[in-house]
Design a protein around this ligand. Structure first.
Ligand SMILES: [Zn+2]
Length: 415
C-alpha cells in the first residue's frame, strides 16, 4: 500500500500556520493564554469543516475537536485521537516569515533578517541527512514555529488523505488541536469525555522516526522564607535577612544535579524563580527525574537543606510546599504497550527506522496518559525548536502524515 500524501497542500497549510503568531504566555490566567491563538483556532476549525468533517467543534477554551467516522465494519476498533498543539514557545518572536530552501545541497543557509543566524551542517548536524529535500526556516528574527505547527500540518494532511480515501479501512478517528502546550497547560482544559478516544498520539517530537513513551516525572517546589524585619540602623541582634538565607539555600543545592550538569536519564533540582526582599523571599524550584524514587530523593535533598537552615536560624520561618506536575508516561504505557508498538510498526511501514528517546521534559500526553488516555508522542520532523535556527523539511512532515495514516489503518487491521 502506498500513501501518496499531497505535499503541496501540506506545505501551503504549514506556511499559512507559521505566519500566524500564536505565542502562549505563562503569566496569563486565561485559556488560551493569549487571544492571538484564537486566529489559528478559527482557521483550523474552518479547514476541518472544508474537508467535510461533520462535528467540528471549538470549546470555550480554544480546543478544536472533530471526528472522522469509521470506514471499517469491524466492531471493537479502538478510537484513536491525533493531537497537536497550535501555540509556540516564548523564547523568540512567534511571527515567522518562512523561507523554503528547495532542493537543499548542503550549503550554509543564511537567514536574511539577521546576518548572525546561519544554519550549517556543523551547527545543525541533522541537515546532513536532508540533501535534496526542501528545508524550511524562518528569516532569522523569529522561531519558525514548526513546534508544533509541523504536527498540526501533518495531522491535517493525514485527515485530508483519510477523507479522500475511504478505502483505507479505519475505526473512528478523533482530532484535537490544542492551545498552551508550551506553558504546560495543553491538556488542562479538556476532558477525556470530550476527547472521546481509547488511545491518542501527540505529533510533537523531533526527527524522522522518533517515538517517545517516556517523559520526566516532575514536581514544583515553592519555598517561602520569612526573616525578621528591622530598621537597618537599629537592626543589631534583631534583623534576620531572608535574602541572605535564600542565598545560603541556593549555594547549598547540589551542583551536579542541575540542568547545566545533567543529560540523558539524569534528573535535577533547578531554582527557576526567586522574588522578595530582606523581609520575605519566595524561591520556586523544578524537581525532575525519570523515576519516582529519584524524584523522592531530590525532594529529600531540599527538605534536608531547609531543616538545616531552620536549625541554624530558628527566628526565621520556612514554608516548603511541593506540587506534583506530571509523571513519566511509561508507568502507564508499559501496562499495555500496543500504542507504542503500533507507532513503531506504522513508522517502519513508511520505510523509516523508528527509534525511542526519553524526553527531558513533559508533553501534553504525560498528563493525558496519567489521567487514563494512553498518549505516546510521535515525530513530525522539527529540529532545534525554540530557537532562531528552527527548521523542518517538507519531506519529513509528509512522512509524519503518512505515519499517521498508517497508524490509523494499523489499529483497524489489528482489531
Ligand atoms: Zn511542542
Amino acid at each position: 500500500m502506498t500513501i501518496p500524501i499531497d505535499a503541496d497542500d501540506l506545505l501551503q497549510r504549514f506556511l499559512s500556520y507559521v505566519q500566524i503568531d500564536t505565542r502562549s504566555d505563562p503569566r496569563s490566567q486565561t485559556t488560551p493564554s493569549t487571544p492571538k491563538q484564537w486566529v489559528l483556532v478559527r482557521k483550523l476549525e474552518g479547514e476541518l469543516k472544508e474537508l467535510g468533517l461533520a462535528d467540528v467543534r471549538v470549546t470555550e477554551y480554544g480546543y478544536v475537536l472533530a471526528t472522522l467516522p469509521a470506514t471499517s465494519s469491524k466492531a471493537n476498533i479502538p478510537r484513536i485521537a491525533l493531537l497537536a498543539h497550535l501555540d509556540t514557545a516564548q523564547s523568540c518572536s512567534g511571527l515567522a516569515v518562512p523561507i523554503v530552501h528547495r532542493n537543499y545541497q548542503g550549503q550554509p543557509l543564511a537567514l536574511p533578517r539577521d546576518p548572525n543566524v546561519v544554519l550549517t551542517v556543523d551547527n545543525e548536524p541533522g541537515l546532513k541527512d536532508k540533501l535534496g529535500e526542501d528545508v524550511i526556516t524562518a528569516s532569522g528574527d523569529s522561531l519558525l514555529g514548526a513546534d508544533d505547527k509541523a504536527g498540526v500540518a501533518a495531522v491535517m494532511a493525514a485527515v485530508r488523505y483519510l477523507v479522500q480515501h475511504p478505502d483505507v479501512a479505519r475505526g473512528v478517528v478523533r482530532i484535537c488541536f490544542n492551545p498552551d502546550e508550551e506553558i504546560g497547560r495543553g491538556s488542562e482544559k479538556i476532558s477525556l469525555d470530550e476527547l472521546a478516544a481509547d488511545f491518542a498520539y501527540t505529533f510533537d517530537a523531533d526527527g524522522l522516526g522518533m517515538v517517545n513513551y517516556e517523559t520526566f516525572s516532575a514536581d514544583r517546589a515553592v519555598l517561602k522564607i520569612t526573616g525578621v524585619a528591622a530598621h537597618p540602623g537599629w537592626a543589631k541582634g534583631v534583623m534576620v535577612n531572608a535574602l541572605k538565607l535564600a542565598g545560603k539555600f541556593l549555594a547549598a543545592l547540589p551542583k551536579d544535579a542541575s540542568p547545566e550538569h545533567t543529560t540523558s536519564r539524569e534528573g535535577f533540582v533547578h531554582p527557576d524563580d526567586m522574588h522578595g526582599d530582606a523581609g520575605e523571599v519566595t524561591i520556586e524550584l523544578l524537581v525532575r527525574d525519570f523515576e519516582l524514587d529519584g524524584l523522592a530523593a531530590k525532594r529529600k535533598i531540599i527538605e534536608d537543606l531547609v531543616e538545616q537552615l531552620k536549625a541554624e536560624e530558628p527566628r526565621a520561618r520556612f514554608e516548603l510546599v511541593f506540587k506534583a506536575q506530571y509523571r513519566n508516561m511509561r508507568y502507564w504505557l508499559e501496562k499495555d504497550f500496543r500504542p507504542v508498538d503500533y507507532a513503531m510498526e506504522a513508522i517502519q511501514r513508511c520505510g523509516i527506522k523508528p527509534y525511542f528517546e526519553a524526553i527531558r521534559g513533559g508533553t501534553d500526553g504525560s498528563r493525558l496518559t496519567e489521567r487514563g488516555l494512553p498518549t505516546p508522542n510521535m515525530f513530525c520532523g522539527f529540529h532545534d525548536v525554540h530557537s532562531l535556527r528552527e527548521w523542518v523539511t517538507l519531506q519529513d512532515m509528509v512522512k509524519a502524515a503518512e505515519a499517521a495514516v498508517r497508524l490509523v489503518a494499523l489499529w483497524a487491521e489489528k482489531a
